[in-house]
Design a protein around this ligand. Sequence first.
Ligand SMILES: Nc1ncnc2c1ncn2[C@@H]1O[C@H](COP(=O)(O)OP(=O)(O)OP(=O)(O)O)[C@@H](O)[C@H]1O
Length: 384
Amino acid sequence: MDIQLSGISKQFGQFKALDNVGLNIQSGELLALLGPSGSGKTTLLRIIAGLEHADIGSVYFDGVDMANTPLRERQIGFVFQHYALFKHMTLRENVSFGLRVKTRAFRRSSATIRARADELLKLVQLGGLEDRYPHQLSGGQRQRVALARALAIDPKVLLLDEPFGALDAKVRKELRQWLRDLHQQTGVTTVFVTHDQEEALELADRVVIMQKGKIAQLGSVDQVYEQPASPLVFNFLGDSNIIAAQLQNGAVYVGDAEIGAYSPSANIAVLDEGAVDVYVRPSDLRIADAEQVGIEVVVNSIQRTGPIVRAEVSFAHSTFAQSHSTLRVELPHLHHDVPRFQIGATLRLRLMQFSVFAPQTITAVREQLRAPILIGRERERLAG
Ligand SMILES: Nc1ncnc2c1ncn2[C@@H]1O[C@H](COP(=O)(O)OP(=O)(O)OP(=O)(O)O)[C@@H](O)[C@H]1O
């Protein structure tokens, strides 16, 4: 089933939680809603579900306006962060609950319901545990029961609100892969909310990045990662270094070094020549070969954490506007560049991939971020 959201706005008192959101969710798609806390993700999910009403705008399922369709008729499966399983019921009873409470006319026989519950428990890899109670399971197992229960009603849409939010990192990773496989088997249109960009990028077909009640960007995982439409999107999807640069004759310069051509992405207004900010991920910096253009830096520190080597470097030439600041570099520990990252060494770094945006004040950059970042840019703007 496809879902169309058209001009959705929602206000809580004076606060605009959603501001004219339009979105088409394709049938069978796995779509992630990602964004900073308070950006409106859960509100949007609740409006799709019919748990909340939009002040303005409409929700269509397969082209049908849902305005007058109550929640119970929308055939939606939900899973929330805190699995609300019934403690006094076995797993089989939990999963079959939605089928058992249907009105007599729609209820299937006890044997059919039992078989369906057992089949779903097998699907979520809990076959054999049908008679256990929730307290006898791990957190990850309980969350899988919650998913089986949501699937029991043969939902047309599955809405997941931070379904793995309360679980530890390792279990989350396992469940991600598992959810991806499950989605491939069931093909149910699925929308899930997450704070975790890695989770969104790994799981979703497409990602919606929300900012202050609006859609900051919508695209495939590759599109949003490789062609972020704004500094917020870039920062939100991973670590950033920000370097003050110049745009001249279609090329981008850091100091005297031409680091590459300026190729504006389709979704961003073309920038004027002059000062710009270059955004580059620590993992997109490598040592330049002799014939390649590079930015000269000095290695300040090196840290080895498992499979990743992290270095902090500063610009080598004090004439550079960026000379007071540092960049972070990340390399896989077996990478051939690693031995050359010695403290005090002077190296030339190339930017394998970068984005260019209009310069922002540091306050504006910080406001968008959840975590502090290291920034390469001139002092005056640092004060701004
Ligand atoms: N029932 C409500 N009454 C008043 N304000 C609300 C209500 N529900 C949500 N809000 C506000 O609307 C904004 C958006 O909330 P929402 O839960 O949609 O954000 P979110 O992006 O899901 O955030 P988080 O990631 O922290 O869950 C927040 O500022 C929140 O405080």
